[in-house]
Design a protein around this ligand. Structure first.
Ligand code: ADP
Length: 185
């Protein structure tokens, strides 16, 4: 709880992982819990961003990098105004993630990286958007984790397994990290 006149500390919480790993689901469950606790929260949904902020960008290495930098910039702006910016976006390249983290650090804004470490075979069964099926059928190429790179975070603030866990449990694990870092109670 913040007292009148003080602004809660914001931060960016980047949920990185393969398509269908659970990033979006966890972000929204966590957002609900944080809002119920009185925090200002924004979920920067990857698909929405691609429609507006990153319209025209594709899925080459360069475009994926640009997309992540733009999202990182917006997340940081929000975070610097006391918002918890939850970012469920694949961000497959370590150097893209490192650049976002470095800019947050340089500006004194909190940044946490959460690796949603669902194995590719589990993601392919979930296949929320049908992307794995399309790739298998030869209708799509460049699917992260299948025929496009995913560089596994080497030193995330938190790594969670979603397999065998409920959404509430996974969201609680990220919530516990925020409590530990003094970002919520
Ligand atoms: P992503 O945003 O990573 O592409 P989504 O969140 O859209 O993935 O989809 C993940 C799917 O996995 C959802 O259908 C969700 O209900 C399911 N799921 C099963 N267990 C979990 C869990 N513990 N955490 C998050 N999602 C889970």
């Amino acid at each position: 709880m913040t007292t009148a006149g003080t602004v809660a500390e914001g931060a960016t919480v980047w949920l990185t992982g393969l398509p269908s790993a659970g990033k979006t689901t966890i972000a929204h469950a966590l957002a609900e819990r944080l809002r119920a606790g009185g925090r200002r929260v924004e979920v920067l949904d990857g698909d929405e961003i691609r429609e507006f902020l990153s319209a025209g960008l594709g899925f080459t290495r360069a475009d994926r990098h640009t997309n992540v930098q733009r999202i990182g910039f917006v997340a940081e702006l929000l975070a610097s105004h006391g918002v918890l910016a939850l970012v469920p976006v694949i961000a497959p390249y370590a150097d893209s993630r490192a650049a976002v983290r470095a800019r947050h650090r340089a500006n004194g804004t909190g940044y946490l990286e959460v690796h949603v470490a669902t194995p590719v075979d589990v993601c392919a069964v979930r296949d929320v958007k049908g992307l794995y099926a399309k790739q298998a059928a030869g209708e799509l190429t460049g699917l992260t984790g299948v025929d496009d790179p995913y560089e596994v975070p080497q030193d995330p603030d938190l790594r969670i397994e979603t397999e065998g866990h409920t959404v509430a449990e996974s969201a609680a694990a990220v919530h516990a990290l925020l409590v530990e870092r003094g970002l919520t109670t």
